[in-house]
Design a protein around this ligand. Structure first.
Ligand code: FAD
Length: 406
């Protein structure tokens, strides 16, 4: 376990870093100003698409898709992807510039893995090209959605069509006018066993009967430009060819979608936390209180040291998850994937919290990314499955492994 970087990844990572320095960091305040302006709601600044075109032209595009997803993958393994993900995650809105953001990332993986040739042509190709955006609609307001088998939205076959009725919420990205398709999970086969009652089906965003009930706020913020939607599906009709993999495969798809992508998700937190640490150190060196720099104060030094330890622990754990996935496959990596989902957001939340304290008042306003990182890390302890669910899963896997080994 050395995680030595290959020449290819050293070079690619340097390119991503140079892109961040030249194009992303200098625009952080522009992004904040633009997206916080109510007149720009659900829009992106004009320069955003220019940056995407530049990243694409430089080959810094779709780097999230591992080598086994040929012909669409740029050919990196998971350890290589992890390194690049840390670099591109140091600014909260940078991943979409490289077409590597959630939920499109997971949706593209699903379509690449399970989609028919027709579905791939219609939806995967424009997603890979960055021409459209997508959403994943699983969570429902009326049921505990950390248990995917609870979903109630009805999917009923009627001739050559499926008819969808039900309600979804927290559908990330669905408010953006760029969102053209949703992967919707619902109950199609109530007669089957609990894990084969659900299906995932493609629903074009503009299908008649898909109604936006409201825009949800996250910590009092509307999360423009993507947004989180509450949606009503009122007799929504789609062709039977929109079914992904087959009736009853929804749970399997949900598990797969939330599985391997998780180490990329954890590396996002490593990148965000590392950026908070860098800012914290700079601030501590610049700011003087009671006759000395903040960096001279033992309590600040300890907070910096603690943050560095926690980031490095999470980084190594995430690389280990990626390495096991590369060498032994997803099944063997499952305990590590649970570990990084548990550790990543909490680590990042704690580091952002300390950075906020060191920055004082500046740490809670829009002048740095720290408050956004803090709230993002906090809600990610709920989104994609709450901490407790992953802890229970890891606990069960650990007992199984240790008892069967003894
Ligand atoms: C900002 C944001 C974006 C999101 N984006 C999406 C999206 O794009 N698509 C989508 O479908 N969903 C999305 N979600 C929804 C998210 O995945 C769900 O909120 C999450 O799965 C939890 O479901 P729930 O809210 O119904 O909580 P519940 O299932 O009601 O759980 C509530 C609490 O109960 C406790 N709990 C639950 N199970 C256990 C257990 N086994 N052991 C111990 N305690 C337990 C936990 O403390 C948990 O937080 C998003 C959520 C947020 C906040």
């Amino acid at each position: 376990m050395g995680f030595e970087k290959t020449e290819r990844v050293i070079e690619l990572n340097a390119q991503v870093e140079a892109f961040m320095q030249e194009h992303i960091y200098p625009r952080e305040h522009d992004w904040e100003e633009f997206t916080l302006d109510p007149d720009n709601r659900w829009q992106v600044p004009g320069w955003f698409d220019e940056l995407r075109a530049k990243a694409k032209a430089q080959g810094l595009w779709n780097l999230f898709l591992p080598d086994d997803y040929q012909p669409w993958s740029p050919g990196l393994n998971n350890v290589e992807i992890a390194t690049i993900f840390e670099t591109m995650s140091k600014v909260t809105w940078a991943q979409p510039v490289f077409n590597c953001n959630a939920p499109d990332r997971g949706n593209m993986e699903v379509l690449a893995k399970y989609g028919t040739a027709e579905q791939q042509e219609q939806w995967l190709m424009p997603l890979l090209a960055g021409e459209i955006r997508s959403a994943y609609a699983m969570t429902e307001p009326q049921v505990a959605s950390s248990d995917a088998t609870n979903m109630e939205l009805e999917i009923v076959r009627d001739g050559d069509e499926y008819v969808l009725n039900g309600r979804k919420w927290w559908t990330t990205g669905a408010i953006s006018p760029r969102c053209k398709v949703m992967l919707v999970m619902g109950k199609s086969n109530p007669e089957n066993d609990r894990h084969h009652q659900h299906s995932t089906i493609l629903v074009p965003r503009d299908t008649p009967g898909v109604k936006l009930v409201r825009e949800l706020r996250v910590f009092d913020n509307l999360h423009s430009p993507g947004g989180e939607a509450e949606l009503l599906f009122d007799n929504v009709r789609v062709p039977v060819s929109n079914m992904i993999k087959g009736e009853g495969c929804g749970f399997e798809i949900a598990q797969g979608r939330l599985g391997p992508g998780r180490f990329q998700y954890a590396m996002t937190f490593v990148g965000l936390a590392q950026r908070c640490l860098e800012l914290m150190c700079q601030r501590a060196e610049e700011r003087v209180a009671f006759g000395e720099k903040l960096s001279k104060k033992t309590s600040v030094q300890h907070e910096i040291a603690r943050s560095r330890c926690e980031i490095e622990q999470c980084r190594l754990l995430t690389l280990q998850a990626a390495d096991v996935m590369d060498k032994q496959g997803v099944k063997a990596a499952m305990p590590y994937i649970s570990m990084v989902k548990i550790v990543g957001p909490t680590m990042c939340q704690n580091v952002a919290d300390r950075a906020m304290q060191v920055f004082g008042g500046a740490g809670v306003c829009q002048d740095t990314l720290i408050p956004t990182v803090f709230t993002h890390a906090r809600f990610c302890r709920i989104a994609d499955g709450p901490d407790e669910v992953h802890m229970s899963q890891l606990g069960k896997l650990t007992i199984r492994d240790l008892v069967s080994a003894s």
